[in-house]
Design a protein around this ligand. Structure first.
Ligand code: NAX
Length: 327
């Protein structure tokens, strides 16, 4: 067996974590030969609920789990962690302005960044799920200067998976026969699910689908609004699918994804006209333990206008929380 890794999950008593934790614990994410210590973080009000989650994890008798730390103390929770999955966030309450939501979450992620900076392991990787995920990742990285910002990622894999499913359904093919789907921008309704470069059984997906109207008027808005559609139907936001997307992304990132493209929010390097340092979702390749941006893709006018909308939104988000970005 490999040396034990410490893995932190925040929001550990929440609904995504409830689907996610057993999958991490049984080795689906980091490998079936990777022993782990789980570090579960929650707010004080949720600690008793978290106790129940811990009991259930114990009762699963997962062979890989070497220990469980359950706490509301960031420095204890993040001590020695190599992987931090930041799932917990403050939800929008009634009457709350978007700006207030941004700033209360930015405070949380600034504090988490500082704590990670002090106590996490040198090989730390951070994956932010809690919304607004892209800007939370930016704030967290800015407050953790010990680590290369490239180690902080935000999740758009769920949006990629949603797009991939819709394409496979439309084309009547198997999910793995669809590849090179891209999600650009923010994990919000301004995201741009782009199938310009996608392939179905190795052929241009656009040619196979041969229905631009469906792509622009059905597929794109449906992916953008899928989260809201799930809430309407289920009375709660996506949880099992979000957990599946975390496992998919981290497994690909950790072990490598071969020649498959993955979309993930990462600090922009200024390419594709995106301001440097904005956490913007782009396509990457994962060779194992890091990622490589896919550069020089031709961008059509329609795509450029969609990407620009999301860029503008992310600039606004960043400007709203600028006070929490250390100089
Ligand atoms: P829940 O409300 O079920 O759980 C969130 C948990 O986080 C709660 O138990 C809460 O006590 C805890 N929490 C809040 N602040 C915390 C803090 N400072 N430290 C530790 N724990 C804290 O929400 P859930 O459905 O699990 O969703 C979690 C987050 O994921 C939300 O922000 C949600 O918007 C976001 N999502 C992001 C997605 C993405 O693709 N990036 C998709 C799914 C999901 O909507």
């Amino acid at each position: 067996w490999l040396p034990t890794l410490h893995v932190a999950v925040t929001g550990a008593a929440g609904q995504i974590a409830y689907s996610l934790l057993p999958r991490i614990a049984n080795g689906e994410m980091l490998g079936e030969d990777q022993p782990i210590v789980l570090h579960l973080l929650e707010v004080p009000q949720a600690l008793s609920k978290l106790e129940g989650v811990v009991m259930e994890l114990q009762d699963c008798a997962f062979p890989l789990v070497q220990g469980i730390v359950a706490t509301d103390d960031l420095r204890k929770g993040f001590a020695d962690v190599s992987v931090a999955l930041l799932v917990g966030a403050k939800p929008r309450s009634q009457g709350m302005e978007r700006k207030d939501l941004l700033s209360s979450n930015a405070n949380i992620f600034a504090e988490q960044g500082k704590a990670l900076n002090e106590v996490a392991a040198n090989d730390l990787r951070v994956f932010v799920v809690g919304n607004p995920a892209n800007t939370n990742a930016l704030i967290c990285a800015a407050n953790a200067p010990r680590f290369n910002p490239e180690r902080f990622m935000s999740m758009t894999r769920l949006d990629q998976n949603r797009t991939q499913y819709m394409l496979a359904e439309k084309a009547g093919c198997k999910i793995p026969e669809v590849d090179r789907v891209i999600v650009w921008g923010n994990h919000s309704s301004t995201q741009y699910p782009d199938i310009t470069h996608a392939r179905i059984k190795g052929e241009s997906a656009r040619k196979v689908i041969n229905d631009e109207k469906w792509i622009r008027e059905v597929m794109i808005p449906k992916v953008q609004q899928r989260g809201a559609e799930v809430i309407k139907a289920r009375g709660a936001s996506s949880a099992a699918s979000a957990a599946a997307a975390v496992v998919d992304h981290m497994r690909d990132y950790w072990h490598g994804a071969g020649d498959r493209w993955c979309s993930v929010g990462i600090p922009s390097d200024g390419t594709y006209g995106i301001d440097e340092g904005l956490w913007y979702s782009v396509p990457v390749m994962c060779p194992g333990g890091h990622y490589r941006r896919i550069l020089n893709l031709p961008i059509e006018e329609f795509s450029a206008s969609m990407m620009e909308k999301s860029r503008k939104e992310l600039v606004e988000e960043r400007d709203a929380v600028r006070h929490l970005i250390p100089k």
